[in-house]
Design a protein around this ligand. Structure first.
Ligand SMILES: C[S@@+](CC[C@H](N)C(=O)[O-])C[C@H]1O[C@@H](n2cnc3c(N)ncnc32)[C@H](O)[C@@H]1O
Length: 260
């Protein structure tokens, strides 16, 4: 497979096609895309501008392992779009801090917003019946995706206004009970901590803010999707399923308590 791809990329056909690197890039895309399609896969379109976004590239240059590029761009852009909206940022499930890095970049320089990072740093909690795949076991087991806290501390050390809250969700939520939030990213893969996060943060969201779930569209995480669908079934907000696998909820004014 590796040989096949490098043969395509270095083929005379591509090299001779044009002396322009951009034209050669398009030719490589065309060839690889044809191969991907035949195998029921998809490539990112070469003409999409998000992949060249300056802030995106800056965060990506940190080379932290984790959430894929397309989902990180969603988070970066949502952090940018909520700069002017009051409220802090929270992440439930941060591992090495990759998605956190994109939100920190997106919140902008000298931001007043604090990023609160909630994670056990002992991996996933115990899956429940809600996490079982159709007719079988849960995909995940307790302790999966374990990451020692020292790694995220190192990865986020240059960013001001970051608070790492180690512990099992929802144990440390009460410490931020008096705050409001403009952006919350939930990435804990399982039903119960996803639901706990929604129950705590939803009433604390500011109008125009966003709640994002990394796991909504993953076939490995049916419990996370159930938690979102059940929680929002009686709310005015819509759960928008993105092709990245994420879902996004925009907080509406009608769901916020009226101020006197
Ligand atoms: C998929 S990883 C997060 C990936 C991360 N957002 C990134 O940028 O790569 C899931 C994280 O959720 C944490 N986690 C899962 N269940 C938890 C729970 N019940 N309480 C606290 N943390 C939990 C795990 O420790 C793990 O670090």
């Amino acid at each position: 497979m590796k040989n096949f791809i490098s043969r395509i990329l270095n083929s005379k056909l591509v090299q001779q096609y044009s002396s322009s690197p951009e034209v050669r890039r398009k030719a490589r895309f065309k060839l690889l895309n044809r191969y991907a399609k035949k195998n029921d896969l998809q490539l990112y379109r070469h003409n999409l501008i998000w992949y060249h976004d300056e802030e995106f590239l800056r965060a990506r240059a940190k080379s932290i392992t984790g959430v894929p590029d397309d989902r990180c761009f969603t988070l970066l852009d949502l952090a940018r779009k909520t700069r002017a909206i009051a409220g802090d940022i929270a992440e439930c499930g941060s591992r090495f801090g990759r998605s956190a890095t994109f939100m920190l970049t997106g919140r902008g320089p000298a931001s007043e917003k604090t990023l609160f990072v909630f994670d056990s740093f002992e991996g996933l909690s115990e899956p429940t019946a809600e996490d079982r795949l159709e007719g079988g076991e849960a995909y995940w087991s307790k302790g999966d995706i374990l990451a020692p806290i020292e790694i995220i501390k190192e990865n986020l050390k240059d960013y001001p206004k970051v608070q790492i809250m180690q512990g099992w969700i929802p144990a440390r939520f009460p410490e931020v009970a008096d705050r409001s939030f403009s952006l919350v990213h939930i990435d804990v893969d399982l039903h119960q901590p996803t639901l706990d996060s929604l129950e705590f943060f939803y009433p604390r969201m500011t109008t125009g803010g966003f709640i994002v779930c990394d796991d909504y569209g993953s076939e490995h995480c049916p419990g996370a999707r159930r938690a979102f669908d059940e929680f929002f079934a009686d709310k005015p907000e819509t759960v928008l399923h993105l092709t990245t696998g994420q879902c996004v909820v925009t907080i509406l004014e009608t769901s916020r308590p009226a101020t006197a």
